[in-house]
Design a protein around this ligand. Structure first.
Ligand SMILES: Cc1cc2nc3c(=O)[nH]c(=O)nc-3n(C[C@H](O)[C@H](O)[C@H](O)COP(=O)(O)OP(=O)(O)OC[C@H]3O[C@@H](n4cnc5c(N)ncnc54)[C@H](O)[C@@H]3O)c2cc1C
Length: 247
């Protein structure tokens, strides 16, 4: 359950041992944080060709034990539309949720995580939050590098500096069934974002530019440009010819 990076890696590993794996994902596409709709559709087809199955855009409404299967007791999964699936093993890979109970009880404002301003300070002066528990700039990152960066800003501000956390640049890579994928930065299209795409035999590459600077990128099937693009993203350098970056 869960079509994120770890769910896909797990399913692909199981299929290498000859197990038939189905990924049930609540969003209408795989990797909703790393891929746009077209990229996700291409990845889905590539993984289907490698033997994985998908149930997308579906809430799992129940899991109950059923009979006995080859590896012991099996399970019956029920989905929102009334359909069902039998499975020998169910693996949850459905993301993280901060435990905010203690903070909430202390009167600290919370949403998905502990809410902090740009100085990593909560609504209670002198109380800071960082890392997996914190929601900064509307986002709970759940990743090591942002946690480390946020911890640095929280510490500096707690010590009396006034240093605004600018948000973290997030990038992810995945390599399963010989398929390379890299995603970085913001992959949202919309007003003020120009998109450059190159579709090739077994590859899909897309750049997202804001104000003539790289804001995000998707590299699927051929991720050779990952490191140069990551450097460009961090540098904030102006890009005159985005097409040339996808050659
Ligand atoms: C299996 C796994 C694989 C991961 N792989 C990656 C990866 O490949 N790349 C990546 O970027 N990130 C990865 N992460 C996420 C990364 O580990 C976290 O984002 C990072 O550890 C967050 O740091 P943190 O300090 O906020 O939280 P944590 O590292 O979880 O530290 C929180 C600490 O606080 C303690 N604690 C909790 N409650 C209390 C309390 N009430 N009082 C005192 N102490 C308390 C906990 O015991 C823990 O020691 C992975 C996480 C897991 C679980």
């Amino acid at each position: 359950m869960g079509g994120g990076l770890l769910g896909i890696e797990t399913a692909a590993s199981l299929s290498r041992f000859g197990m038939k794996s189905t990924i049930a994902e609540i969003s209408d596409r795989l990797l909703p944080r790393q891929l746009d709709a077209e990229g996700a559709a291409i990845l889905t087809s590539m993984l289907e060709a490698g033997g994985l199955s998908f149930i997308l855009g579906m809430t799992t409404t129940g899991i109950s034990p059923v009979g006995y299967s080859a590896v012991g007791e099996g399970f019956l999964l029920r989905f929102g539309d009334g359909s069902t699936l039998e499975a020998d093993i169910v693996i949850f890979s459905a993301g993280i949720r901060p435990n905010i109970e203690l903070a909430r009880k202390a009167g600290i404002a919370c949403d998905k995580g502990i809410l902090v301003d740009e100085y990593m300070e909560t609504n209670l002066p002198g109380i800071f939050a960082a890392g997996d528990a914190a929601q900064a700039g509307g986002r709970v990152y759940g990743l090591w590098l942002p946690a480390k960066e946020q911890g640095g800003f929280a510490g500096r501000n707690a010590a009396g500096e006034k240093a605004a956390y600018p948000g973290s640049l997030v990038s992810s890579t995945l390599k399963v069934n010989g398929i390379e994928l890299a995603s970085m930065g913001s992959i949202e299209s919309g007003e003020g974002i120009s998109v450059t795409t190159r579709r090739g035999e077994g590859s899909f590459k897309r750049l997202f530019l804001k104000d003539g600077r790289l804001a995000g990128a998707i590299l699927l099937g051929d991720a050779a440009a990952f490191q140069p693009l990551q450097k460009l993203l961090k540098s904030g350098a102006a890009i005159a010819d985005p097409e040339s970056l996808l050659a």
